[in-house]
Design a protein around this ligand. Structure first.
Ligand SMILES: *Cc1c(COP(=O)(O)O)cnc(C)c1O
Length: 368
């Protein structure tokens, strides 16, 4: 037996590092209390629907039972909401789990996986965990006229080879906030071979107000190789419960179901997500709040001479035009948590979630 048990891990896992949670948020909450401004994780400051909270309380007495392994009630509610068949939906312990599962189901060491340079951080991890080769496609330029750092769909289509099994594309994207229109996405889908699964991650779809962007769901009937993922973590404000879903052709969903752990979504999460879906008013309020507050925050940052990238999400990517690390450290000391971008090679940028007005004011005050 080897002296180093770590060497027993398989090749794909040896290439990975454990998730870096960044700051120790529980410790920071103790230290700063109510004045902590948590603007690092794109959570919804309005909180969830009261119906979701009531549904959790109602489900509590049954906590000793296993959850419904099919999530039948939530799937039925989602199917009505999205106008798809329940068999076209897979549920996940957050959409993160589904993004990982899709890689495990469709890619292996003989394949490549294509995503944008500034695509969501989970894409390279999912690729590496499946042992596949990552093809990271350069994004649009920093000074691009309309969509700086956005996805370069032409370059992404060109990067797809015969061995490419998956393309991951977040729309709108995290961490850039950028997006591609329905028309651009449709033209891209038409160029992708039927042997490549296209995963469109729509974690921020509920915040979108650009009429040129609706959802990739409309292209599902035409493209059986398309999968759309969404989450209850952002606009629905249920990040702590971990519920996401994937929508795709029955063929794709059936494959995901083979690898899905039977009780991956817990009973409280199932009940809360279903109730949240039944309260569209809360999502509408969250969207409206985010629109006005993001516009205000952007204006305030502009007034301080900072460049803010266009965003269709509940965060903004801010260009500080110099090393952001010391500024992030100062904000941190003042109890304002934002997300540094050095890991993406964007060391001059900070990603800042749109918080409550009080949190945003604390951020602006600390920036001075
Ligand atoms: C937050 C986020 C997710 C959602 O993750 P969950 O696991 O559902 O909480 C997925 N994709 C992107 C791009 C995100 O920013």
């Amino acid at each position: 037996m080897s002296a180093n048990a770590a060497s027993l891990a398989n090749a794909a896992t040896r290439a990975l590092r454990a998730y870096d949670p960044g700051h120790d948020l529980p410790a920071l909450r103790n230290r700063f209390g109510a004045v902590l401004a948590e603007l690092g994780s794109n959570e919804n400051p309005l909180g969830p629907s009261p119906h979701a909270v009531a549904a959790i309380q109602a489900a509590l007495p049954e906590i000793f039972r296993y959850p419904d392994p099919q999530g039948g009630a939530l799937k039925a509610a989602l199917a009505t909401h999205l106008r798809v068949d329940p068999a076209e939906i897979a549920l996940g312990n957050g959409s993160h789990e589904l993004l990982m599962l899709i890689a495990q189901c469709f890619a292996d060491a003989s394949n490549s996986v294509v995503f944008s340079e500034f695509g969501f951080a989970v894409f390279p991890i999912a690729t590496a965990a499946a042992g596949a080769r990552a093809v990271r496609v350069p994004a649009l330029a920093r000074d691009h006229a309309t969509m700086p750092l956005g996805h370069d769909l032409d370059a992404m289509a060109a990067a797809i080879g015969p061995d490419t099994r998956i393309v991951y594309l977040a729309n709108p994207n995290n961490p850039t906030g950028t997006w591609v229109s329905d028309a651009a996405l449709e033209a891209f889908l038409a160029r992708v071979p039927a042997t490549t699964v296209v995963v469109v991650d729509e974690a921020y779809q509920e915040f979108v107000d650009d009429p040129a962007l609706t959802s990739a769901l409309r292209y599902l009937p035409k493209y059986p190789n398309l999968v759309v993922t969404r989450t209850f973590s952002k606009a629905y404000a249920l990040a702590g419960l971990r519920v996401g879903y994937a929508v795709g052709s029955q063929e794709i969903i059936n494959i995901i179901e083979r690898l899905r752990e039977s009780f991956n979504v817990n009973s409280l999460a199932l009940a809360a997500a279903e109730a949240a879906l039944g309260d569209p008013g809360q999502v509408a309020r969250s969207k409206a709040f985010n629109l006005t507050e993001r516009a205000w925050l952007t204006e305030q940052l502009h007034a301080r001479g900072l460049r803010v990238l266009p965003s269709q999400t509940n965060f903004v990517l801010v260009d500080l035009a110099r090393d952001a690390a010391p500024i992030e450290a100062r904000l941190f000391e003042g109890g304002v948590i934002v997300r540094p971008m050095g890991g993406y090679g964007l060391g001059e940028f900070l990603r800042i979630s749109v918080g409550s007005r009080a949190e945003n004011e604390r951020l602006l005050a600390a920036l001075r």
